[in-house]
Design a protein around this ligand. Structure first.
Ligand code: 5GP
Ligand code: ZN
Length: 113
C-alpha cells in the first residue's frame, strides 16, 4: 500500500481530521473513531510502516517512541495505566496497515466489570 492510500498517512498529512491528543517529532496520537474502551487512543509513527514487526526490523527506536507517547497519554487520561495493543494481520484484527498502538484503559470499573 502506498501512503496515498493509507488513512493514517492522510490523517498525519492533515487531509483527514482527527481528535489529536499528543504530537511529537516522530509520532501522532489521536482518539479512535470507534472507541472500544473509555480511553482508546491510537499512537502512530509519522512514517508509513505496515506493522509492529516491520517497525522492529526497520526502525526499532520508533517502538520506543510509541511506548513513551502511550505513557504520556495514559498519564494525562488514566493515572498512567494502560494496555498497548498492536494487531498484526487481518485475522488478528488489523484493519489499517500503518502500524499503530491502541492505548486503552477500561476506566474505574476495570476490564472484567
Ligand atoms: P486495527 O483494527 O487496524 O488494529 O485498528 C484500526 C483502528 O483505527 C480501529 O480501531 C478503527 O476504529 C480506527 N480508525 C479507522 N479509521 C479511522 C479514522 O479515520 N479516524 C480515527 N480516528 N480512527 C480510525
Ligand atoms: Zn500510512
Amino acid at each position: 500500500m502506498t501512503t496515498a492510500d493509507c488513512i493514517f498517512c492522510r490523517i498525519i498529512a492533515g487531509e483527514i481530521p482527527c481528535e489529536k491528543v499528543l504530537e511529537t517529532d516522530t509520532v501522532l496520537a489521536f482518539r479512535d473513531i470507534a472507541p472500544k474502551a473509555p480511553v482508546h487512543v491510537l499512537v502512530v509513527p509519522k512514517v508509513h510502516i505496515p506493522n509492529v514487526a516491520a517497525a522492529a526490523a526497520l526502525d526499532p527506536a520508533i517502538l520506543g517512541d510509541i511506548a513513551s507517547a502511550a505513557q504520556l497519554v495514559a498519564d494525562a487520561e488514566c493515572e498512567g495505566q494502560f494496555r498497548l495493543i498492536f494487531n498484526t494481520g487481518e485475522r488478528a484484527g488489523q484493519s489499517v496497515f500503518h502500524v499503530h498502538g491502541h492505548v486503552m484503559n477500561s476506566g474505574a470499573l476495570g476490564w472484567d466489570a
